[in-house]
Unconditional design. Structure first.
Length: 296
């Protein structure tokens, strides 16, 4: 019997994290789904999914893990956790796709924040999970690609595979002491659900920017509004960078570029704060690196 899995489940529960069994050697819940619900036992009054059945009760955990060497799922929502999942590129993706750790570290640098110091685990695939305590005032759900490419989060409706679990791809291991820091304010801002905003045609204010500058701005904003889900932020960054040289040359007022990209980025579903941070840093960097017009 795998004593270490039981102990890992009890350890997690002792921290207040709600655990439930995953099928041995997998990442899939061991509890039945709604389609096969017997409407008995814990489901006598209606089906209860893993998020509701996850527990911190040591007796229930001992009873469950006495049946089989289950891997350990932590239901992030009821545990009061938000876990940032820094994933690895799939084997078949292009070789220059940065991994989630690289993307997240770059975002921290661009936005001027330290890489958060908190409980970290290594996943079976070589990715990293960063555990944070959730803010009490907002209910954060899962996100995919909102922070960056290969940077997902698990909140309500989500779970993570806890340290101590193993799949054929490898073990899940703790990389630090198991203390989750509060989710930093700037990450909360990014993860807060954006208020719905309709995507309208780009309206540029009447300005005396050069024709080439305005055409470039319009074309780059159009690219942002059609960026794939997982590349919204990197696309905004790249497009704003391209337009920055016109700002450097004095062909386009900076605020015009900022407002246009802000509208395009929010229209594509990025949060206002995320757009502001990305646009500011892209323009700063572009202006700093812009070559004289004659040389360009
Ligand atoms: Zn059920």
């Amino acid at each position: 019997m795998s004593e270490h899995l039981l102990n890992a489940a009890l350890d997690a529960a002792a921290r207040g994290w709600h655990v439930f069994p995953l099928r041995p050697g997998t990442k899939r819940p061991a509890l039945h789904g709604e389609a096969t619900c017997p409407r008995t036992g814990p489901c006598a009054d209606g089906h209860r999914k893993w998020e509701q059945r996850a527990t911190t009760d040591p007796d229930r955990i001992r009873a469950t893990w006495s049946h089989a060497p289950f891997n350990i799922g932590v239901a992030t929502g009821p545990s009061g956790l938000v876990v940032v999942d820094l994933d690895m590129p799939k084997n078949n993706s292009s070789a220059d796709t940065p991994c989630g750790v690289t993307t997240f570290t770059a975002l921290c640098e661009r936005t001027g924040h330290a890489v958060p110091d908190t409980y970290r685990t290594r996943t079976a695939s070589g990715g990293t999970h960063l555990y944070f305590t959730a803010p009490p005032t907002v209910r954060l759900a899962n996100t995919a690609g909102t922070i960056g490419e290969l940077v997902d989060t698990r909140g309500w409706g989500g779970y993570v595979v806890a340290a101590g679990s193993t799949t054929p791809a490898g073990p899940y291991e703790a990389l630090s002491s198991p203390v989750a820091a509060p989710l930093p304010e700037w990450l909360q801002t990014i993860l807060k659900p954006a208020p719905a905003r309709s995507v309208g045609p780009l309206r540029l204010p009447a300005v005396d920017g050069s024709r080439a500058a305005l055409a470039a701005l319009q074309a780059e904003c159009a690219i942002v509004t059609t960026a794939p889900d997982k590349q919204r932020n990197t696309t905004l960054n790249r497009c704003a960078f391209k337009v920055g040289r016109f700002v450097a040359w004095g062909d386009l007022p900076r605020h015009v570029a900022e407002e246009a990209f802000q509208g395009a980025g929010e229209g594509r579903g990025l949060t206002a704060a995320e757009c502001r941070a990305t646009i500011r840093s892209a323009l700063d960097s572009s202006i700093r690196k812009a070559r004289p017009r004659e040389a360009a």
